[in-house]
Design a binder for this molecule. Structure first.
Ligand code: PNS
Length: 164
C-alpha cells in the first residue's frame, strides 16, 4: 500500500523551508498531499491559485498532489483516507504551538498521527510571515524562497507601494 502523508499549511508563500520538508517527506512517504488551508480569519497575500502555482512549479504531479481544505484538518485527513500529518519543526518557539496542534488533532481523531521533521539549519529562521515583512520593505529574500516566488513578491509589493 502506498504510504501517503498530508502536509498542511498556509504556504503564503512557499519558502525553501517548505520545499525541503516536502523533498525530505518524499524520501519517507510515497506521496505527499500538500494541503493549503483556506483560513477565513487570515488575510493572505497570495490567492489560493497563486499559492498552488508556486508549489506546482517546484514539484511535478507524480508524487505531490496539491489540494485545499476548509474546516478541521482531521476531518479533511479522514475524508482523504490519510492517517499521517507531516509538519516541519524549526526553532524551539515552534514546539509549543505544534505540540498543542498535534495533541488537539489526536484528541479529535486518534487514528491520525503527526510526524515532525526538523527543518534544515539553513531554514531555521525562515517563515512565510518574515519573508513577507522583509519583502514589503524591499529587503532581499533571495535563497530563502524559490526564485519565482521572490519575483512575485517583488511584483506584489511594487504594485502595493505604487497604489499607496
Ligand atoms: O502554515 P501554518 O499557518 O502554520 O498552518 C497551520 C494549519 C493550517 C496547519 C492549522 O492552522 C490547521 O490545521 N488549520 C485547520 C483548522 C484546524 O484543524 N484547526 C485545529 C488544529 S489543532
Amino acid at each position: 500500500m502506498a504510504r501517503t502523508a498530508i502536509y498542511p499549511g498556509s504556504f503564503d508563500p512557499l519558502t525553501n523551508g517548505h520545499v525541503s520538508i516536502i523533498e525530505r517527506g518524499l524520501r519517507v512517504f510515497d506521496r505527499v498531499i500538500v494541503a493549503i488551508a483556506i483560513n477565513i480569519r487570515k488575510e493572505p497575500l497570495f490567492s489560493i491559485e497563486e499559492r498552488s502555482e508556486f508549489i506546482r512549479r517546484e514539484f511535478g504531479k507524480e508524487r505531490v498532489e496539491i489540494d485545499t481544505f476548509e474546516g478541521l484538518l482531521v476531518d479533511y485527513a479522514a475524508e482523504r483516507g490519510v492517517s499521517v500529518i507531516l509538519r516541519g519543526l524549526r526553532a524551539v518557539s515552534d514546539f509549543e504551538y505544534e505540540l498543542q496542534m498535534a495533541n488537539m488533532n489526536r484528541k479529535l481523531d486518534d487514528t491520525i498521527d503527526t510526524v515532525f521533521m526538523m527543518t534544515e539549519e539553513r531554514d531555521f529562521y525562515v517563515s512565510s510571515s518574515l519573508v513577507k515583512e522583509v519583502a514589503s520593505f524591499g529587503g532581499k529574500v533571495e535563497g530563502i524562497v524559490p526564485a519565482f516566488v521572490e519575483q512575485r513578491l517583488v511584483e506584489k509589493f511594487s504594485d502595493t507601494n505604487q497604489e499607496e
